[in-house]
Design a binder for this molecule. Structure first.
Ligand code: 76R
Length: 278
């Protein structure tokens, strides 16, 4: 792999990115003993209150929310929120705290990020479109035509980054970094090298579309890792198959580092009520 020469032009080396919804993953375990020691009628009131709050949070004008039952002991319940600003996420956090059930929830996991599309390909696509029309870099009008073409790409990507929470009923989430190690360092590669790797990555990933929906949110400067990976599917086996196949792809085999994996099931209003009535 060619490493880029020492240069101070870091600004132009970062791919342009397009951002959409801010995302909060908000996970809790339930203190079952304390919860069940409460009389049934009181519990029912708190369940109604929480279900009503979850439903309202899911139908806000700007963004969306969904609730998942997480498998294993790392978390019991996870709320996923898409909102237009951190302030909006703050409001939704306060909303949950105002529910009576909150006194029985023990925080287990939270993650702040923003849905992101990197424009590695958009730039290459724009170059290709213009080249086919004979408009090449250096020619008169190239800069304006290039900007206009990029705008078209951005508009298409906008729908990706301001998307709805996928309807699929299983979720798999994990944070990841691109390696900055002694021997291999993603951030030292040239932008062309990274584009090439991302192209291979995208090609592999698209084999799983639409059975798996991938939502990548960036979290550099927002939380502990560089990205949060959310995969949604009706077939949870595809999480294993996709993540395993990707392990062999150089964008992951050489450069990816992962945090903890969590898998859960989407809860509709009825299922959330049943879960809390256990
Ligand atoms: O349509 C396109 O061309 C989008 C191409 C694409 C990008 C730019 C893409 C496609 N991904 C992109 C960016 Mn992805 N992705 C992961 C993981 O487990 C692992 O090994 C890694 C975790 C999975 C499973 C996955 C799946 N992707 C990214 C980025 C940002 C990198 C950057 O900007 O430098 C990360 C961290 C990342 C990680 N990817 C796809 C998938 C799937 C299934 C696809 C095809 C789906 C689609 O195009 O919508």
């Amino acid at each position: 792999m060619s490493q880029r020469p020492d240069t101070a032009e870091a600004e132009s080396l970062a791919p342009e990115t397009l951002e959409g919804w801010y995302v909060l993953h908000d996970g809790y375990t339930l203190d079952w003993a304390k919860w069940r020691s409460m009389p049934g009628a009181e519990r029912a009131l708190l369940i109604d209150e929480l279900a009503a709050w979850t439903a309202t949070a899911g139908t806000v004008e700007q963004g969306q929310s969904a609730c998942y039952q997480m498998l294993g002991q790392k978390s019991d319940l996870l709320w996923l929120h898409y909102r237009s600003s951190p302030a909006e996420l703050g409001a939704v956090e306060r909303g949950l705290r105002s529910c009576g059930v909150f006194d029985y929830l023990v925080p287990s996991f939270s993650y702040l990020s923003v849905i992101e599309a990197s424009l590695y390909e958009a730039t290459a696509i724009a170059h290709g479109m213009l080249a086919r029309k004979g408009i090449t870099p250096g020619k008169e009008g190239f800069d304006a035509a290039f900007e206009a073409e990029l705008e078209v790409q951005r508009a298409a990507l906008n729908q990706r980054v301001f998307r709805d929470i996928p309807a699929q009923n299983h979720i798999c989430i994990y944070p990841m970094n691109k390696r900055r190690g002694e021997h291999v360092n993603w951030y030292d590669l040239s932008i062309d090298e990274r584009r090439k790797l991302m192209r291979g990555h995208g090609k592999l990933g698209r084999k799983y579309v639409p059975a798996v929906t991938q939502v990548i949110s960036g979290s550099v400067g927002l939380d502990d890792w560089e990205w949060m990976v959310d995969l949604h599917s009706d077939d949870p086996l595809l999480f294993k198959k996709l993540v395993y196949e990707m392990r062999f792809d150089p964008a992951s085999s050489r450069y990816a580092e992962f945090g903890a994996f969590l898998v859960g099931l989407k809860l509709d209003d009825n299922a959330l009520r049943q879960y809390l009535a256990l």
